[in-house]
Design a binder for this molecule. Structure first.
Ligand SMILES: Nc1ncnc2c1ncn2[C@@H]1O[C@H](COP(=O)(O)OP(=O)(O)O)[C@@H](O)[C@H]1O
Ligand SMILES: [Mg+2]
Length: 289
């Protein structure tokens, strides 16, 4: 943890109170085109409809939801990439709107569409990120190779440009980048979606390791029921912008009298949990954040 992060944490944490992430009645809507209303017609699409949750320091919470249920919107709001239309959220007591700078120091987001300088290598991308976060070259010299080794990134490919790497490898670099600055809160937005089974297991193993070694608080949005069950202390179901439940997987199953998480999901939402890679209704999106 850096001094700045430590300071940001100290300001906010009262002893005994260890709330890392808090959302209260969080709302977000988007104006999207509505062709029924003519060429310039618009309608409101509700992405988050009053989501409240609390995540304790050191806890891992998984959020399960279909495509379009609001997972990425939640992650973007918590990482200050979007502004809420209602409600509030805070990270270690720092409001994501009023105190966005402090929040950015504590939070790191890894998303499916991780962005890199495609012509640069993994090591170059990491050192760019390190400089952006104010690390000195002395600090990064050992840290970058060390962290790439820890995510299982092969030594002989570190000079290769990002665009030549598989999705699995790119995702490992994205995780390595997130860990570089030892974030206190990790927001993982479908970190294993689209990965082959082996890379998926490697990334999951790595997430497990981060939990224990880094004292990180993790919000894991996922499409993978097993991943949610194996990695998280509590599992939430997000459906059409509403968080229906958030509790340990066993209690969740018990609540719905379900043998599996998939059955519980069906019981909670009235809908099948669709397989990864099903169509997204993202065509009329206007901004990508
Ligand atoms: N920038 C945007 N512009 C318009 N609609 C958006 C935008 N971002 C998300 N949405 C809509 O909000 C809803 C929730 O999206 P999202 O948070 O991406 O869901 P998920 O990550 O669970 O697939 C979807 O209906 C999506 O189309
Ligand atoms: Mg998403």
């Amino acid at each position: 943890m850096t001094d700045v992060q430590q300071a940001a944490l100290m300001e906010s944490t009262t002893p005994g109170l260890v709330v890392a992430v808090e959302a209260r009645e969080l709302r977000k809507h988007f104006k999207v085109p509505d062709r029924k209303k003519g060429r310039f017609g618009r309608k409101t699409r509700v992405a988050l409809d009053g989501v409240s949750l609390t995540i304790a320091r050191g806890e891992t919470v998984a959020i399960l939801g279909q495509n379009g249920s609001g997972k990425s919107t939640l992650v973007r709001l918590l990482s200050t990439l979007l502004l809420p239309d209602g409600g509030s959220a805070s990270i270690f007591g720092h409001d994501v709107v009023a105190d966005a700078r402090a929040v950015r120091r504590l939070v790191n987001r890894v998303s499916v569409e991780a962005s890199f300088f495609k012509k640069m290598s993994s090591a170059e991308n990491l050192s760019y990120a390190a400089r952006y976060y104010g690390m000195t070259s002395g600090q990064t010299r050992d840290r970058i190779p060390e962290i790439l080794t820890r995510v299982g990134f092969p030594k002989d490919r570190r000079g290769e440009s990002m665009e030549n790497l598989s999705r699995g490898m790119q995702q490992k670099v994205a995780l390595a980048r997130a860990l570089l600055t030892s974030p206190v809160v990790l927001l993982l937005d479908e970190p294993t979606t689209g990965l082959d089974p082996r890379s998926k297991l490697e990334v999951q193993e790595f997430i497990r390791e981060i939990r224990t070694a880094h004292d990180a608080t993790i919000l894991l949005c996922t499409h993978d029921l097993t991943e949610a069950e194996n990695l998280a202390e509590r599992v939430g179901i997000l459906d059409r912008g509403r968080l229906l439940v958030l509790e340990p997987a066993d209690e969740l199953k018990r609540r719905y009298g379900a043998a599996t998480l998939e059955e519980a999901f069906f019981a909670a939402t009235g809908r099948e949990f669709e397989a990864e890679g099903d169509e997204d209704d993202d065509d009329d999106r206007e901004v990508f954040a």
